[in-house]
Structures are given as C-alpha cells and as structure tokens.
Design a binder for this molecule. Sequence first.
Ligand SMILES: Cc1cc2nc3c(=O)[nH]c(=O)nc-3n(C[C@H](O)[C@H](O)[C@H](O)COP(=O)(O)O)c2cc1C
Length: 734
Amino acid sequence: MPANHLADLTTIIEDLDSAGRISHVTSEVDLDLQLAGVAAKLEGKPNAVMFHNVAGHEAPVFAGLYWSRDLLAHLLRRDEHELPQFVSGCIEQWQRSPVDPVVVDDGPILQGQSGLSLSDIPIPVHAQKDGGPYFDAGVVIATDPETGVRNASIQRFMVVDDRTLHVNIDAGRHLGLYLDKAREQKKSLFISINCGVGPGLHFAAATPAEAAPPDTDELGIASVFQDAPLELVKGKMTPTELVANAMYSIECEMIPGELGDEGPFAEVTGYYAKCEPRPVVRVRAIHARPNPIFQTILSGAEVWNSVGLLGEANVLATLKRQIPGVQDVYFTHGGCGFYHAVVSMQQKRAGWGKQAIMATFAAFPPLKMVTVVDDDVNIRDASDVEWSMATRLDAKAGIVTIDKVFGHGLNPGFPDYLGTKVGFDCTRPFPHSYEYDRADYRNVSLDDVVISNCAPGAQIADRGTDLQSADSSSTDSAQLTAHTAVAQTEKAQLQTGQVQADVTDNSAMSPGQAGSMHNMSMQTGSMQTMSMQAMSMQTAGSAHSARQGGLVLLVGKEGKKKYQRAAFDLFIDLEERTISSDVSFAFERARTAAEFVATLSAYRGRFSYLVLISGKKRGGVHFADELSAMDGLALGKLISTVCQQDSIQVILPGYLESMKRRARDLSKGKAISDVVVVDRSNSPDWTASLLDGYFRCLGSEGRLEVALKDSMPPAGRASAGIWKDGKAFTRIES
Ligand SMILES: Cc1cc2nc3c(=O)[nH]c(=O)nc-3n(C[C@H](O)[C@H](O)[C@H](O)COP(=O)(O)O)c2cc1C
C-alpha cells in the first residue's frame, strides 16, 4: 500500500485528527435529515466532522473533507493560494507521463464484509425535499465498451430500495458516453461505485473532460497525487474493478434505456434538482473493508472546492498558455464554485482582458460568468473584485455577452443546458494613467505601536503592499500638510542639486514597494531618519557585494499622450524581454520628482544600471516637471548620491542632439561610469534590441561598438551615443 497519506481515507482521517482538525459528534444522530442538518451547521468551518453514533448503524459517518480550502491546503501541504497551481501541475505531470493504476490480487476492500445490502450502509437523507437517501461521494469507475479505457467520475445516487439506485448523469459526462456506446452494442454497462477513497482519486474523478479527454485513463491522475500507482482489485460478481482501499465498493449493472424517477435533491446551486426519469443502476454486490467509515458530502462548499478547484486548475493552465500576463484564477463560492471565474492578469497589451474572457469560457464550459481584473486586485475578496468592477469596468465596452450557449443544466438560467453567458472586463485602460493607480499605505509593523481601546477581536489588517483594499479617507489633513511641506523641500533640493539628507533608510524594502516610498518620505518628521553619510557607512559593505542589477524607471507625468505612449511601449517591451543578459531588472514608474527620489532610494545599493525612459517634450527629456528643470550635473549628483554604487550606467532614450549636454554632465557624476543615449525617435523594438546588445557586451569595451551595431535591427535613422568621463566615447549609427 502506498505510504503517502493521500492514498487512503483512513490515513487522511488519522492525519487530520492528529492536527486537531476533526470535530467529533458523539451523541446519537438520525440518518433522516438530522445528520445532514448538523453537518450543515458546521459546513465551511476549519474542521471536518465525524459522526460516531449513527442510529441503527455500527459504522461512523464522515463529512466535510473538502468544505474548507484551508483544510484542503493542510491536507495537500500547500498554501491555500497555491492550490490551483499545484493541482494544475499534477495534471500536467499526468498528461506528460501517465502512471496507470495496477490491478492487484487482494486489498482491504475484499477483507471485510460482503453480501451486504444498501440498508446496511449509513446513507443519509440530506435536505427536506430530497427524494430519498443519497450518496454523492462515491467514485464511479467504468470502462469504455469500445476502447476499454477507464473513466472515473462522481455522480449522485438516490437509494430506491436495497438493490436499486437511480443516478444523475449530466450532459457531456463520459459515463453517459459509455452508456450510449453500451446501448449501441446492446450490452449492459458494468460500473463500480467506490465510497470513501483518498483525495487523489477524488480529484482524478472531478477532473473536467477538457483536461482528461475520454481516450485517457484518468485514474492515473490519482497516482500523481498519491505518488504511487492507484491499486485496484477485480470485482467478484461483475466485470468491474474496485478501489483496493475504498471503504465501500458497490458492483453494479446498468441496462441502457432503463429509467426511473430520480430527485429532487438539494444541489450545489442552492436549489433542488428536479425529479425526472434518469438511469437505473442495479446493485450486484456490496463490499465493505474492515471497520468501514461512510463518507458523505453536502452538495455545497465541498463540491465548490473539488469540482471548482479542478476547474480553476484547468482554466489557469489554459490561460497561462494562451494569454500573456495571467496570474491567477478563482472560482467564487457565490458563483456556486463553478459558475463564476475571476481572473487576475497583468496587462501586456490592450484588448487581452476580453481575450481572457473568451479563453476562460472555452476552458470550462459550466461557467456562466467571467470577471477579469488587474493584478492589484485580490481575486479571493468579493468586495475588492466589486471595487474593480465599480471603478474600472467600462460598462459600454467592457461587457461581453454570448447568447444561447451550452452551460450547466443544474443552473436554472440554463434550462436544457442553453443560456446566456457574460464576461466583465474590469481591467484598467491600457496603458493606464495615474488615476487608475491604487492608493496605498506604508506597510508598517504594529509590534511597537501602542493602541488603546482596540475593539476586542478586531482584525488588524495589513494594508501594506498586499492586495488589500485601500481606503484613503482616513488620511488626515495634518499628514497632507506635512506631505506638501516635505515635497516642497525635496523640490527645492532637487533644483539646487543638493539632495543630501532626510532620506529614510529603505534599503530593506523589496523592489516593487518603491511606489509607497513617496508616502514614507512624507512622514519623515515623526520617523527615524539618517543622513546620507550614515547611510553610506551602513551600506558601504553591501555596495561591493550587490548583485548585478538594473532598474528600469519610467519617468514623467502624462505629457503628450503620443510620447507617453511611445515611452510606455518601450517600457513594456523591455519588461517582456527582460533583457536577456545576466542582469536582473526591476521595473518601476515615477511620476513626480519625489517619487523619482523615493524609487532610487528604495533600490539604493542594489543596482549597477539605470535605464530612464520618459515621454518626450520638445527640446529635452520630459521627466517630472521638476526634474526636467534640473541640469544634467544636478541629476547626475542626485543619481550618484541615492544609488550608492561604484559604477552606474545610465541609459536615457531621448533625442540625441538635445541630450548631448545632459549626457556629458551626467557622466561627470562621480559614481556614473557611462551614459548611453538612444535616439528616442526609434521604435521601442529597436531600442530594446540596442539595450539588449549593450548589456550583453558590457565588460568587453573593445567590442562594444561592433557588438552594438550587430545587435541593432535596421532602422531608417537610428543612432546611439555613449559618454564616458564627460567625453563622447563612441557613437553608433545604423
Ligand atoms: C460531490 C460531487 C457530486 C457530483 N455529482 C454529479 C452528478 O450527480 N452528476 C454529474 O454528472 N456530475 C456530478 N459531479 C461532477 C462530475 O463528477 C465531474 O464533473 C467529473 O469531472 C465528470 O467526469 P467526466 O469528465 O469523466 O465525465 C459531481 C462532483 C462532485 C465532486
């Protein structure tokens, strides 16, 4: 038997119990509505539940294995947010190198009681109007009558009498396909229903057809999860295969065309599924392993977290292949776990939000709604998603509807599996202007903060750089006044080229936090500050050991749309290519002089190269207004003081002629070794290639000119200049 705890429900239960994650109900409960009623009260809580004292039965009943993502994360030894990625990784591994199940001679399922009838199993009646006792946690194993390929799926079965079940098979299910094939061959279809199996097999059974087509043995997915081949034994009465370590296995025969009333049943949608004629299942033999535990599933959160999680995993894998910038996917619980997908993406091109909507629908047909948001939105927080919709959705252009399309028949909006689907593109316009940037607060630690009368039990949210909603209304006016004062001081310093003091030590900040640096500098009055000398002492050691890194900084305010757009294109182009040299790059934006300083400070001591990209203003580079008023020398000093590095290359895309003086002055800055100026009238593609070439051949100065020329694509008018020690070192024309 495989050692992995995911292979067997007994080891799962032991594992959870030892972690205190099972609630034990020891008082007697009735199977008729009472057990499910108690379970419903505990649904979604962090613990699963074991009913030890079930009226009329020896065997306990277990529920809730999948109703909390947190519990699932514990089970899979993963962080909750990593689950879709982890699951899609397992499925991809199976697709690359499947490990088929093995049929063994014996297993626990053949070592307990046999010759049982359905009334010997503690099968509960779930909801008030349900048509009878139901079990819906059983994994059905069937074999394609034509190809012999195995399939695993989960269906709900209504108990009609001791030897008869009626089953619900949704449209498009492989079990329905097999039944149709058996009908054509005028044969019965034999299946086994395996109740109480490990999560690996449960996930294999819930894997959507889009990821596991009918010509593949999807039982192999279980082998990946449990890290060992799934073990089966042969049925005793029928040509079926049973899961060797299931709690209960039922050998059954389905005679195609034989129908009986099934339903109503409280479904995953929160509605009752209608009573209708559905396929009859004849029980031929029932086996129980020694000391069996019956597992049941309330069709709510448990289904959202199994069918939904597997759906998420498949959508994520598909989108990552097809849509640049997709980060994450979540099937919301308000959307019944598989009707509403929220997709997070970092936009790379305009229009891809809608591409993501279409690809998501194609990857998981039961979906009715798709919402696409930017990657600064927490897709697992409904109010954050709503915020994105309320502030970013263009209600005229951003809503996509598709009429009369296949959907999920259980959804009342899809009678006969036909209905309308809707996609919401809630991404910002691309490229976006600063109005669409989230307000953010400094990520402070509350360890040293004394707070009196803090409401008992109040959650103190970390509203730093995390994806939390930012409420700027709490910013008080005193703070704003301080902000203005400091910003003005900074401006004055910048204009005189004397940026010397009062820069908070942010060297511990991670790249990406630089955006919040502006806020930090506002509060310098109340915060501990250091002089540049003190900082240089502190960072002297690290300056030499700093990694080879580069900062690409998109500077400037809106300016003329056309130029800002060209600058943005170059920025995105570089970000996508992440220049293929050994240098690792960080990408940031700075719209004001204060942000410029703050960003450089945040990366102080961390980089050797600085690429400044800006929109263009006639006659010079259009930094933030204050910066464009500075002369090159002042700018050079500023860069060299905040960067604290021995050797910084600065690359400025701008008009070559107008940049000459600035470049010469810049390269006189004591820490700046060379300045490359790229003619901004060239395409982003050309500039990106040039910078790529530049970084590749750094360190081999003799070859610089040749290498740069080789790396440059042809362009009508294309030139670049390199200044060293205030002198033009080389100039390249293409
Ligand atoms: C608890 C649970 C109950 C389910 N009940 C049904 C059901 O009654 N009928 C059905 O067609 N699918 C049901 N499903 C969904 C299918 O098992 C799932 O979509 C599976 O991937 C179908 O397998 P197939 O693609 O091999 O056909 C259920 C899933 C879970 C997790």
